[in-house]
Ligand binder design. Structure first.
Ligand code: ZN
Ligand code: ZN
Length: 639
């Protein structure tokens, strides 16, 4: 074997000694990137890793997505080292990176609280300053078991026991601290200078509620102090915009343990809910959807036919009609509308002339989501969707996708979301139908997205087993991405339900079924919209659009008159005539995110005017009552 190898760096080929460390080789790089790790033939490694074969070697900067992963995982190690030095006897378990940060699960004598975090952070800073070298060590599995056993690290021993006996495992050492880890890591702890521990939580070992409860510490790390600060500012903004908090402040909805994960929409919340449905209904008339109403509870036979019995039963609420003496649960509450739409389609004979048929349904759905996964409105057990199913011929698919993409664009433009992002989920490993059919149908979806001016990413293997799908994401004001809309082709359900239509040649053929939702789950959408807007909803969605604030009890009648005038003109208005100071009333109206406040005092009553204040800080203005109505008329309706 020659002692020389060829390495390619920045497109230049260099002949170098076999076994030189990646970090050394990268000093040959033309640009001035100071790497914290390297990629050797596409594999992320430590700078200290010897390069032993011909390879392309790339620098990984701290700011790059790969670099941030390395930085964050290295910071998780730093935290674990700090924890074990401050709280001897605490055992370590796992500490992966997550979106925007990392966590580490510990088994301490007493669970950590938020009060422990500053102390741990200080220790981390101390260890980072000490510039401890981070070294990779490899050893046979059994040797590693013996090592962690001698350190009384029961969880680590359990993890290593899951690795095949003849394998080498890698450990990372910094100072006197060591952890089992695949790596890679920063070369030394001084590279870790912008981090923050954010919260603590309980977590079960291996996520199993029968196991011990561990203490999890979350944190984040960035390449620079500025980037960290910007992130923390966003987190703070997210906290202040948490839809559960806004829901309370704005009086929109409540939750009660009597119905876990099932929101109770208060009158104001119900207004938002129904406004969204009314909006979709107006669009349905324009886009040619027909609304249907379907049952809530079905005999289990339906779920057997649709396949939900095997695929989804654990997420369904099962029930009985009470006539069954054995009390057998022979009915299921619907988790989705599709099967009932297939039943409706099947109830009549169809010719190709009838297609496409587009059924839309706002029916209540129930899903037995696990209690640990429930989260405000964004993960619920009781919901409705702006759900529709299109039955069409294979030739009609392209036009139907066009129609739905146009609808998606119109809705998200109207609701003030920025660019929407599309992904095409392609053929998964487990799939029905031939690869050729799949490619053809993926092409149809891709073509429709391009035709409608959308860029899209591929999501390889992420289609449903019954057909490819388009997933649509919106970024909110906090730069988080939410999956909202979806368009899915389904070649399976028509088969299972034996759906047919008569072709122009007089043969029976299977229609295609397209599942699609634009807003998606309404509950979740409202949660996302609240966080995106911070509760400052478009005028047409605001539960209370105008509040009339009286300056004294002398103008109570005039305040009532203005309110009645607004109500008659179709606006949602109320009067606050309590004997409170104006400042107090304004603050309350602002907290409730009411777009307009019409202040009336004796002067306004005498001249039959209002002093109008806006939630969004623009200048106040004095208007006649006609002027007020004219101004409100300029508030746009989405359609
Ligand atoms: Zn690690
Ligand atoms: Zn469906």
């Amino acid at each position: 074997m020659s002692s020389e190898i060829q390495v390619t760096i920045d497109g230049n080929v260099h002949a170098v000694q076999r076994g030189v460390r990646a970090g050394e080789l990268l000093k040959l790089a033309a640009n001035g990137v100071r790497p914290i790790a390297a990629k050797v033939n596409g594999k992320l490694v430590d700078l200290g890793r010897p390069v032993t074969e011909d390879a392309k070697v790339e620098p990984i900067s701290a700011e790059s997505p790969d670099g941030l992963e390395v930085l964050r995982h290295s910071t998780a190690h730093l935290m674990a080292q700090a924890v074990q030095s401050l709280y001897p006897g605490t055992q370590v378990t796992i500490g992966p990176t997550i979106e925007d940060g990392f966590f580490y699960d510990f088994a301490p004598a007493t669970p950590f609280t938020a009060d422990d975090l500053p102390k741990i952070e200080n220790k981390m800073r101390e260890l980072a300053k000490a510039d401890l070298k981070v070294e990779r060590v490899e050893m046979p599995r059994d040797e590693a078991i013996a090592l962690f056993d001698s350190m009384n690290e029961k969880y680590k021993v359990e993890i290593i026991q899951g690795i095949p006996a003849d394998e080498q495992v890698s450990l990372y050492r910094q100072g006197d601290w060591v952890d089992l880890c695949r790596g890679p890591h920063v070369p030394s702890t001084r590279h870790l200078k912008a981090f923050k521990l954010t919260s603590v939580a309980g977590a079960y070992w291996r996520g199993d509620e029968h196991n011990a409860m561990l203490s999890r510490i979350y944190g984040t790390a960035f390449a620079s102090k500025e980037a960290l600060e910007e992130h923390l500012r966003m987190l703070e903004l997210a906290r202040s915009r948490d839809h559960r908090k806004l829901g309370r402040e704005m009086g929109l909805f409540i939750f009660d343990p009597i119905a876990p994960g099932s929101p109770f929409f208060l009158p104001k919340g119900a207004i938002i809910y129904n406004q969204l449905i009314d909006y979709m209904r107006r669009l349905y008339r324009r886009y040619g959807f027909e609304e249907v109403i379907t049952p809530q509870i079905f005999k289990n036979q339906l779920w057997r036919t649709s396949g939900h019995w095997d695929m989804f039963r654990e997420n369904m609420f099962l029930t009985t009609d009470g006539e069954n003496p054995a009390g057998e649960l022979d009915y299921g509450v619907k988790p989705m509308n599709c099967p009932s739409h297939a039943v409706m389609y099947r109830s009549e004979k169809h010719s190709y002339r009838d297609l496409p048929i587009r059924f839309a349904d706002f029916g209540r759905l129930h899903r037995a989501e696990r209690s640990g996964t429930l989260h405000g409105l964004t993960r619920v057990r009781a919901m409705a969707q702006d759900d529709a199913h299109i039955f069409c011929t294979e030739e009609q698919i392209a036009a139907e996708i066009d129609l739905n993409l146009r609808m998606v664009r119109e809705v998200y433009d109207a609701l003030g979301f920025g660019t929407i992002e599309l992904k095409l989920g392609t053929m998964p490993e487990k799939h029905l139908g031939t690869e050729e059919d799949w490619r053809k149908r993926e092409e149809v979806l891709a073509g429709a997205m391009t035709r409608n001016g959308f860029d899209f990413e591929l999501n390889p293997g992420e289609g449903a087993f019954y057909g490819p799908k388009i997933e649509i994401y919106v970024p909110d004001a906090l730069k988080r991405k939410w999956q909202v809309a979806t368009i899915q082709l389904d070649f399976n359900m028509p088969e299972r339900f034996g759906l047919e239509y008569t072709t122009s040649a007089g043969h029976e053929a299977r229609p295609v079924m397209i599942h699609r939702a634009v807003l998606g789950t309404l509950e979740r959408f409202i949660g996302v919209l609240l966080e995106h807007t911070g509760g400052i909803l478009p005028f047409w969605l605001a539960p209370e659009q105008v509040r009339v604030l009286s300056l004294s009890e002398k103008v109570e009648d005039y305040a009532a008159e203005v309110t009645a005038l607004l109500a008659k003109a179709g606006y949602r208005a109320s009067a606050d005539v309590r004997g409170e100071k104006l400042g107090f009333k304004v603050r309350e109206a602002e907290l409730a995110k009411i777009p307009y406040m019409a202040v009336v005092g004796e002067r306004e009553a005498a001249s039959r005017m209002v002093a109008l204040r806006r939630l969004r800080g623009e200048k106040n203005q004095t208007l006649t009552l006609d002027g007020l109505l004219e101004l409100l008329k300029t508030e746009p309706l989405p359609c």
